[in-house]
Design a protein. Structure first.
Length: 553
């Protein structure tokens, strides 16, 4: 297979040669550098490349902000090479540049830009290209698997394991138990037991729990014990931010997560509105970076461990984990996030993991190549899922109960320019079709009152989420939706109630009805429900923790 292509187009021969030489020095061992001074000639060559089945990873092209033809040319590149990133070269000192660039990026005519002259390539060119190529490789190239899952293709647990490794950003391979590869892998490790089997080197686990997988891969190997300054329950963006800020300020910090880091945000294929990532970042990658950052600052992690209670013993808090372990802490931050709301349609539960998926299910996207799929929901998470799936599926139909989308404008624009995305408003699913796996839906147009059948192989449900607080309903003050009351919302001075606030002082920001226990992120009452707000909660909570610890000594 030939090397992937980095294609540079610029009518200025000197600039073209400068960029091509710089790319060749840094990336020439793994990529083929192609150049052209004429955009018309370049588009013909790109057509030929695509016809031969070669890969184009990046197109860098000079554009004039007054020449709309050049901008449309980059949009045409996307039609030819949908997996290739597009970078516009724009001259410094062009007063018309900024409004044109802003509009063109918003409309998807290109992905990013560089101003010329470039200067030292180490400063801007290389970091940008390395980031783009890293993302391209992750989404288009097969990864060398660390583990192999062998199981029934349409079994619910097989899907759960694929989702586990996808969220954890761990490369894996999946083999159906009844195909040649699956049988060969089982024979190699001598496994004849229950499925799915998880194979790691010479070791094999039969239908393992998530905790057993974590132990096999070396997670949770350290000894948890002693008194912690701070225990964070949950490792979504809010919990990870709390861990980073707490550990960086010298607090002995432990993070307990019932699944893998990332939370609901970890299922997002691309987050475009988080500070510092102009080209976006996947939720799993953001979580992996945050976990690494917290770990490097000294935070400890206990993964695939479910907390079942928080109680007080004198001036300390006791966090009890499902396996029977108890951890003592001076302060606790609850960051357990939310769980996806279930779709109330007869027969849907029997097809979970067999074509019906809650959340973006990034592990399943590639398997939908060339197929017709559905996404239910009208908010940001549904929009992100639809955009991601559109890169693989033949068609993506977004089913929205209301009469309008409620997602960010940038997502609406992305959906509008995706030729294979269809949006159906005022649409309700009334029946699920399929026995062994999903085969189609019956939907009702609530505006017209008409019902019809739609064929498809996958349904991704993103219709909101509820807080993971059922284990706290007898411990903390919750609102009517189950979210935790904090700060000024805590009800004060109701004597005799087991979880009412009885302290003389008012609660600190984000403190719950138990002094020294705080709540952050989607799980708390009044949360704005986005990644930036969750991270801000983490910073605020650590400041409140410090005030509380200073108070109790």
């Amino acid at each position: 297979m030939s090397e992937p292509i980095l294609f540079v187009v610029d009518p200025d021969a000197n600039t073209l040669a400068e960029i091509a030489a710089a790319l060749l020095r840094r990336f020439g061992a793994d990529y083929r550098i192609e150049t052209d001074q004429d955009p018309t000639s370049a588009i013909g060559r790109l057509e030929q490349v695509c016809e031969r089945g070669e890969s184009v990873a990046l197109v860098i092209a000079a554009v004039s902000t007054t020449d709309t033809t050049a901008l449309e040319w980059l949009a045409r590149v996307h039609d030819l090479c949908p997996w290739a990133s597009r970078c516009a070269l724009i001259n410094y000192g062009d007063p018309q540049a900024y409004p044109v660039v802003r509009q063109a990026v918003a409309l998807g005519r290109f992905d990013t830009w560089l101003f010329t002259p470039l200067g030292d390539p180490e400063e801007r060119l290389y970091p940008l290209v390395a980031e783009i190529l890293g993302r391209w490789a992750r989404t288009t190239r097969p990864r060398v698997p660390i583990v192999t899952i062998v199981g029934e293709r349409w079994a619910r647990r097989s899907h759960e394991l694929r989702d586990l490794f996808e969220r954890a950003s761990l490369p894996y391979a999946f083999c159906a138990h009844d195909d040649d590869d699956g049988r060969r892998r089982l024979q190699e490790v001598g496994h004849t037991g229950a499925l799915p089997a998880v194979i790691f080197g010479a070791r094999c686990l039969a239908d393992p729990t998530n905790a057993e997988i974590a132990r096999m891969l070396g997670a949770n190997a350290h000894q948890v014990g002693g008194l912690y300054d701070l225990v964070v329950i949950g490792a979504g963006p809010a919990g990870l931010a709390t861990a980073v800020y707490g550990a960086s300020d010298g607090l002995r910090t432990l993070v307990v997560e019932r699944f893998v880091p990332g939370g609901q945000a970890g299922t997002s294929s691309m987050i475009r509105n988080y500070l510092g990532f102009p080209r976006g970042i996947s939720g799993a990658e953001l979580a992996a970076r945050a976990q690494e950052q917290a770990f490097s600052l000294g935070a400890e992690f206990l993964l695939t461990s479910d907390v079942i209670s928080v109680s007080n013993e004198e001036s300390e808090h006791v966090v009890t984990i499902a396996e029977g372990m108890q951890v003592r802490a001076r302060a606790v931050v609850v960051a357990t996030g939310v769980s996806y709301n279930r779709l109330e349609v007869d027969g849907i539960d029997r097809l979970i993991g067999k074509g019906v998926f809650y959340g973006a299910a990034t592990a399943e996207a590639a398997a939908q190549a060339g197929r017709d799929v559905f996404v239910v929901g009208g908010a940001n998470s549904a929009g992100q899922a639809a955009v991601h799936l559109a890169r693989y599926a033949a068609t993506v139909t977004l089913l929205v109960r209301g009469d309008a989308l409620t997602m960010s404008d940038y997502l609406v624009k992305q959906l509008e320019r995706a030729s294979n995305v269809r949006i159906r408003l005022n649409t309700q699913i009334v029946a699920i079709e399929g026995e062994r796996r999903l085969e189609g839906l019956a939907v009702r147009d609530t505006a017209r009152g008409a019902t019809e059948r739609l064929a498809g192989t996958a349904l991704f449900v993103l219709i909101g989420a509820g807080p993971h607080t059922s284990w706290l309903d007898k411990t903390l003050q919750l609102d009517e939706s189950g979210r935790i009351l904090t700060g000024d919302n805590v009800v004060l001075g109701i004597d005799g109630a087991p979880f009412e606030w009885l302290e003389e002082r008012a609660p600190y920001p984000l403190e719950t009805s138990i002094p020294g226990v705080f709540a952050v992120g989607d799980v708390r009452h009044g949360s704005p429900r986005n990644v930036s707000a969750a991270v801000a909660d983490g910073a605020i909570a650590v400041r409140s923790v410090y005030e509380y610890l200073h108070e109790v000594g």
